[in-house]
Write a protein that binds this ligand. Structure first.
Ligand code: FES
Length: 367
């Protein structure tokens, strides 16, 4: 039985600043203090973010929305960002990034977990996580933002790409955004239309919002679109600002459509799967890892995270999808290609995300 309620534990957090100062000065060990704090409440920590599961709600056949309440260490989080969540399953610690649907000032957050074929953490959370369980989260990251000044907004989501976009949409509508908004959600089966009841209720309350679903694995009904993303799905919809989120192939198709014409509006894209590895177009390069004092053979077709790992290095990383920035590293010399966009970054001294960067020629990394 915790000594404090969660609300009290949250209020207690700011009073710990003298201990934080002593840890920062090397006078105390953070891990030892955390052991004591968790006795007062399982989420209480000096600096790390822990959260208690407060609710579970199925929002599609294969997607569960989780309501969590964090300790007082989650600062400045906002819907549309993503957090990396950790859970121990069968004695092994697993981590994965999920988008924030909500982030309130009282520490309540919402995220959604989709069942994945072979997804140990996602499926473990769906099947075993219960109200009252405690999870660790990393600080939220991500730059998706609502284009408040846009004359119209087009939101394109595939699969669980609906989660960051719905988080932003909820907040924008609640704040009175009144320009036209169109949301297309691409799913394979009708039963995968996550949050469809909430979206329909939002449409009833906000006449400026139109939501449509595109179904690729079943015959579509009236008012549904058929198949995967195609340019003709967007005929007649103005798009002064576009936000798209989904697997890499979907996001790449949206980007190509957007770039096919000159446009004034803004484009924001987020892919939650890594680009498919290029096959057969790699050339041999040299990889120099400055801190490890190693020079090794590499390929221009494979991301640098995988190449470093294949040589026994262990760069820090998170999502492996270019989202969390957990693999960011300095490019000391040479150029790399962003596997999502094709953009080339040339050193020296620029930060790159190893998991979505492939060397263009010989490179040197601060690793
Ligand atoms: S591991 Fe998340 S951005 Fe590379």
């Amino acid at each position: 039985m915790p000594l404090l309620s969660l609300s009290l534990a949250r209020r207690f957090g700011p009073a710990l600043w003298p201990l934080r100062a002593l840890v920062a000065g090397g006078w105390l060990q953070e891990s030892e203090l955390d052991c004591l704090l968790r006795r007062a409440h399982p989420v209480l920590r000096l600096n790390r973010v822990f959260a208690r599961v407060e609710s579970r709600r199925w929002v599609a056949d294969d997607m569960l929305a989780l309501g969590l309440r964090t300790n007082g260490n989650a600062h400045g989080w906002r819907p549309g960002q993503h957090v990396r969540l950790y859970q121990e399953l069968d004695g092994v610690r697993h981590g994965r990034s999920y988008s924030l649907l909500a982030a309130e000032v009282d520490g309540r957050i919402e995220l959604a977990v989709k069942r994945q074929p072979g997804g140990r953490l996602s499926n473990g959370l769906l099947d075993r996580l219960e109200v009252g369980h405690v999870l660790e989260l990393e600080p939220a990251q991500g730059e998706l933002a609502w284009p408040s000044d846009a004359a119209s907004v087009l939101l394109l989501a595939a699969g669980s790409g609906i989660t960051p976009l719905l988080g932003l949409l909820r907040q924008a509508l609640a704040r009175g955004f009144s320009a036209p908004v169109t949301l297309l959600h691409y799913v394979r089966r009708r039963s995968q239309r996550a949050f469809s009841e909430e979206l329909q209720a939002l449409m009833r309350r906000h006449p400026n919002l139109q939501v449509r679903w595109a179904i690729s694995g079943e015959a579509p009904l009236a008012y549904e679109l058929m198949g995967r993303f195609r340019a003709d799905h967007l005929a007649g919809w103005p798009a002064h600002s576009l936000l798209a989120c989904g697997p890499h192939g979907f996001v790449a198709g949206v980007r190509d459509w957007w770039q096919a014409l000159p446009r004034d509006g803004s484009l924001q894209l987020e892919a939650f799967t890594p680009p498919a590895p290029a096959v057969g177009i790699g050339t041999a390069v040299r990889l120099r890892f400055a801190r490890s004092h190693r020079e090794l053979p590499g390929s221009s077709a494979v991301n640098l995270l995988e190449q470093a790992e294949s040589h026994g290095l262990r760069p820090p990383h998170g999502c492996r999808q270019g989202i969390c920035a957990g693999c960011t590293c300095q490019l000391l010399a040479g150029s790399v290609r962003d596997l999502r966009t094709g953009a080339v970054t040339a050193g020296p001294g620029l930060p790159i995300r190893l998991c979505v960067s492939a060397p263009v020629g010989d490179v040197e990394l601060e690793l």
